[in-house]
Design a protein around this ligand. Structure first.
Ligand code: SAH
Length: 259
């Protein structure tokens, strides 16, 4: 039974990866907001060591690499995404400074006090915001930074439909002050917090999906898990259109001061 479940799960995961491989980004964000987050971080040393966790195909990693010194290790659970990540790095001429590896954010292959910067856009929800922040902290050098995006409520009360939608999808969602307090409790100084603008969801995430969904459905004959995935993604876009005033992605930048 458990083997059967694993197989079904793997099959679904492969279809999800196939869907998102066709996109530049696998979550809401934009090059401008990656650079804005970077602007809150003290200049990095020449040999800085950086990781991008849940990097996907590396949309944001390429931007980061073009504006930082040192080396970046991208880590993602999906070998398909990592293949594309390394191809993108080579196409940008960044293969000497950028390396994508397949791995799990719950078992990172770094040493204590070894990293200058941990980056993670649209992926920390997979481990959970609090758990990710506290488990990853020891990999940072004292003075090192973390920059992550997380889905947040903008208000304390909101319509039932969107409340239910998010509580089913990600019960860890919380308001910005709650997340800032969690960052502080995990041992970081909250340095900056800002909301990703609408175009990070629309132009950079939902619109590119509209352009490939019909093709994707054709490839899978419009049936089975592929069809429900497209339906789910279309519903996510509708929810954002209807209730985008109540929630969004937020960048949190934190600094580890001492060990
Ligand atoms: N950072 C990218 C991708 C975000 S989508 C962007 O903003 O475009 C979330 C990513 O997390 C996916 O690429 C998914 O494969 C990856 N992921 C999910 N669970 C993971 C885990 N346990 N360890 C590492 N990566 C994981």
């Amino acid at each position: 039974m458990s083997n059967e479940n694993t197989t079904i799960h793997d099959f679904d995961f492969n279809i999800i990866c196939d869907y998102f491989s066709a996109l530049k980004r696998q979550g809401p964000g934009s090059p401008e907001m990656t650079l804005k987050a970077l602007s809150f971080i003290d200049p990095l040393a020449e040999h800085a060591r950086i990781t991008d966790i849940g990097c996907g195909t590396g949309g944001q990693t390429m931007v980061l690499a073009q504006h930082t010194p040192g080396t970046i290790t991208g880590i993602d659970l999906s070998p398909q995404f990592i293949g594309l990540f390394n191809r993108n790095a080579a196409e940008c001429g960044l293969q000497n400074r950028l390396k994508g590896i397949t791995g799990n954010m719950e078992e990172l292959p770094f040493q204590t006090d070894s990293l200058d910067l941990i980056w993670c856009e649209g992926a920390i929800y997979n481990i959970g915001f609090e758990k990710g922040l506290s488990e990853w902290r020891h990999f940072l050098k004292p003075g090192g930074y973390i920059a992550v995006t997380e889905a947040c409520w903008f208000t304390d009360i909101r319509p039932d439909e969107i409340d239910k939608f998010w509580n089913d999808a990600y019960p860890g969602i919380g308001t910005i002050p709650v997340k800032v307090a969690q960052m502080q409790a995990a041992g970081y100084i909250p340095v900056a917090t800002f909301i990703l603008p609408d175009n990070c969801w629309t132009d950079h995430f939902f619109v590119p999906q509209e352009g490939m969904q019909d093709d994707f459905l054709k490839r899978y004959n419009g049936s089975g898990y592929a069809a429900s995935l497209v339906e789910e993604m279309r519903n996510e876009a509708l929810m954002y259109e209807k209730y985008g005033a109540y929630y969004g992605y937020v960048f949190f930048i934190g600094k580890k001061l001492v060990n």
